[in-house]
Each structure stands twice: as C-alpha cells, then as structure tokens.
Ligand binder design. Sequence first.
Ligand code: FES
Length: 284
Amino acid sequence: MGLHASAEKLGELERLDAPAEAAAKAVQQVVGRGAVKDLLSGARLGHPLHPLLTDLPIGMLAGATALDLLAKQRGEHAADVLVGLGLLSALPTAAAGAADWSDSYGPDQRVGAVHAIANVIGLGLYGWSLRARGRGDRRTGTALGLAGMTSMAVGGYLGGYLSHSRGVGVNNAFYQHAPADWTAVLDEAELPEGTSARAAAGDATVLLYRANGQIHAIGSRCSHAGGPLDEGEIDAANRTVTCPWHRSIFRLEDGSVVHGPASVPQAAYETRTEGGQIEIRLRR
Ligand code: FES
C-alpha cells in the first residue's frame, strides 16, 4: 500500500476517536480562546505558527543524526548541542501543533493524533539518545537518534499529508476568486440597516453587513477551515463576525483577524450602490 493510501486508512480508524477527542478537549481547556490561542495559532503573524516552527526541531535533529553518521568524532560536540537545541525547540512546536489539532475533527483529528504520537516517540528517542551521549555511549546515542529520526519522518509525512492532501492549516478561502471590478451582488432593498446577507460574486461568496448607512463586505468562507461566516454571530458594536465553527473573529470593515485560530485575513471588498444594486470589488 502506498504512503497516501496508508494515511487515508489511518483517517478511517474510528477507534482513535474516543482518546483523540478526550485529548483535544483537554488541549482546548488548557489553551482557551484568548491570547495564548492567538499566539499558538499564529493569528498575530498572519501565518500558522506550527509549520514555521517545525523546521527547527526537524532541521536540528536531522543535522545531529547526519553528524553522528558522517562526521563521527569531529562532529560529536556539535551533534550533542543540536540534539539538545532540537529537543528544546520541539516544545513550542508541539504546543502550536496541539493547539491547531484541537480544532480538528474526524479523519483530520485521527491522522493528526498519529502524527503527534510518531513525533513524541521520535523526540523521546532523541531524549534517550541525549542521555546515552552524556554517558559517553556514542554508539547507543547514534542508534537512538536514527530510530528517533525514522519515527519523526513518519510524523513529518503525516503532517505534510494533512496540509497538502487534506488542506489542513492552509487558507481555505484562497481559491475563491473575488471580482476585481465592480460587480452587482444584491438588490439594495434586501439589506436593510443592521442586517447581514450572503451573496455570490463570481466564484466567491461574500458576507454583506449594513450599519450606519455603510455597507461592509468580506469573504464569507472562513480562511481557517472554510466555515460559513454568513451563519456567524455579528457583534454590531465592534463590527466583527465570529465564525460558527471554531470561533475565529474577523473585523467586518477590513476582514482582519481579531482572534484565531484563523491566521489569514478574509478578503475585503469596497462597496457602493448603483441603480438600486449593491456592487462590490476587491479592495486593493
Ligand atoms: S472555520 Fe475554523 S474558525 Fe472558521
């Protein structure tokens, strides 16, 4: 069976649901929905944090194993330092990954759980390797590092599968091609003061909201995981909308992220009314 098919099979293992859901709930309770979640999800960066950080532990631990195998005595000190730094950098990386994973469901949650387990096993083996190195047992340290890298390669593949095959952690609104020229989307009478509506504009769907005579328009498909913002809660005082799926909050005026887990802003549109029609175009 190929790698892709194996990952698909993992996603069908419903027996993983009970422990995965309990663990996800525990992570949600620890992380909450405020500043810590924003930090770990990358809401302030405009980019998910976890994939940015994964290069550090993977790069350093792989570098250590390469030195173990290729530079032997000359590379001993550097390899040991890299193992220590790789393990340290794995802590924030795992925290960011756990925060992202806690918002997943079904196959994504199952594969994500196995991704995490493979990486935790890999890190445990590197930790054991560090102890062996401290005792001067290079042979055991090298072997444990190699086993750790093998386990992390499995974890890394599953992380890539989640992103590239299942669209986890990517901007889910990217392929909504928004109109760059003025496009009529709704009869003005269908959007009275203080109300919101969903409209289609080319390939894109848009959330419209009218307040104080001003019409706001942002993409209605949530950048985080594709949730329908037009079914979300609108906070009229703060001019924000909360996604009904994982409660990311976006500003209606410009689509910016107020709170994660979303890290990418929504498309924002200019609006005008012409001949009784609301028209929009992508804000430049
Ligand atoms: S889909 Fe997750 S916050 Fe909107």
